[in-house]
Design a binder for this molecule. Structure first.
Ligand code: RUB
Length: 287
């Protein structure tokens, strides 16, 4: 039996009350503070990983807490340490990323990524003027969260439907998206539609960057595992049922490294192929 806090975190994650890889990882980890024994910790971790399958940052966090508690830390201390790791990674990403936002430029993004938000917020705080084109990210419209948040930072935003990506990518100087997972061979998993944007950016010669903490690296991909892609409820796309009509609703897609200009991480601007070796140096416990 898992605790009420763990169950609540599971449901919040599954129903997207908590969304985005970083928030998902933190909500899962925070709920572990309610567990009272080693056995309960293992049970809670096994339960939480099932909330969303495409979330290595959560899996890495659960592994980190188990590893650190075996080494003598309390769960609370281990969770806090992971939180600090994420937060300082995001600060560094914002600092480095803000340098890549040019004055009077146009940045295009997809879905809602806290890493991307931190970069754009920082650039704005530094006094840079730029505007953002945000894709709406059907079926759950996380693009609206992005647009509302950016408007709060005083950044002008144009919200477009996902199928307008190709028409707008020529207006952008930089595409910047987040990541849910990065694989050993440099592929990036992010919200469905990201790979379409990358392809359009490639064809339009628009720079395409991914802002991601290295904690989103999936160590299982080193030994050949493929990143699972979460299939969400068809009702998110169409509430009606019709004979001979099947609705499919994958939450994420995979962008190949050849379409990625750079990965913006806490260890600097990397090419996607060098993410694995950088993770090996930075977070040895993960591999
Ligand atoms: C969110 C999404 C985000 C990444 C990165 O999808 O694809 O781009 O999770 O987010 P969903 P962050 O809404 O289905 O969770 O940078 O905040 O970790």
């Amino acid at each position: 039996m898992v605790s009420a806090e763990v169950k609540k975190a599971f449901n919040d994650i599954k129903t997207l009350r908590v969304q985005g890889a970083t928030n998902v990882a933190m909500a899962a980890l925070k709920s572990l503070e309610s567990v009272r024994s080693k056995k309960a910790l293992v049970e809670a971790a096994d339960f939480l990983v099932k909330s969303r399958p495409t979330e290595p940052m959560m899996r890495n966090g659960l592994k980190y807490v188990r590893y650190k508690t075996s080494a003598g830390l309390t769960v609370k201390q281990a969770v806090k340490a992971y939180e600090i790791m994420i937060d300082s990674a995001l600060d560094r990403i914002a600092e480095i990323g803000a340098r890549r936002i040019k004055e009077d430029s146009v940045v295009m993004t997809h879905c809602h990524s806290s890493a991307v938000m931190r970069v754009l917020k920082k650039a704005r705080q530094e006094g840079k003027k730029f505007r953002v084109i945000a894709c709406e990210a059907r079926p759950l419209f996380q693009g609206r969260i992005t647009a509302a948040e950016l408007s709060g930072y005083g950044i002008p935003v144009t919200l477009i439907v996902d199928s307008a990506m190709r028409s707008y990518v020529n207006d952008a100087d930089l595409c910047l998206v987040g990541a849910d997972a990065i694989t050993a061979d440099g592929h990036v998993v992010n919200k469905i539609g990201t790979s379409m944007l990358a392809l359009a950016a490639h064809e339009a010669r628009t720079e395409f960057g991914v802002a991601s903490e290295l904690l989103k690296f999936d160590p299982d991909t080193v030994s050949g595992a493929l990143e699972p892609i979460e299939e969400r409820d068809a009702k998110e796309v169409w509430g009606e049922k019709h004979k001979n009509v099947t609705v499919e609703n994958p939450a994420f897609d995979v962008t190949p490294p050849e379409y990625i200009s750079f990965v913006l991480t806490e260890q600097g601007i990397l090419n996607p192929y060098s993410v694995f070796s950088t993770v090996e140096h930075t977070y040895r416990w993960m591999i």
